[in-house]
Design a protein around this ligand. Sequence first.
Ligand SMILES: [Zn+2]
Length: 180
Amino acid sequence: MFPFLFDKICLLFTIKVMKILLSELENRENKSEKINFSHIYKEFNNDVPVVAELFIEILSNMVKITGQINAQVNLICDLCLKEFTKNLNIKVEEYFIRDNLNINNNSEFEIKENNFVEDLNGSDEIDITDFVYQSVILNIPNKLVCDINCNGNENLNKYIKKEISDPRLEIFKTIKTEKE
Ligand SMILES: [Zn+2]
């Protein structure tokens, strides 16, 4: 009975923290909230939830989110075309603009060039589920290799070798012999 009840409470808690209402956050004394987020994204890995520890704070006309995201992502290796799992440990520090007009008058903090800044366009809420999703996507490397020692795909290697040894090299051979 108790585990069942506990599950229900966790479920309610998760739903509650998926979206952050900024007006509600602003009414608090510390204008901030610590979030322990856990969510299974079908796009990444069906078994392991993405876990995030985030700190959201309102800084006058901006919202700052800092924290850590840990994700396990199933990817396809570029070389051998097999599926592999990659662990991503992502440190986030991002800003959301609430009021674009007053941004230059704000001297409370400094935005570095590499900080990600997104305009909320007057919206009162931040979708944490989407925020975590985007953060994971942005941290997936361009080149996907399952292992340093990956030897690639046998059939793919044969194809590549054939391509190289076929038409172009033949042309070079004939040019050479003509010169000689
Ligand atoms: Zn591979």
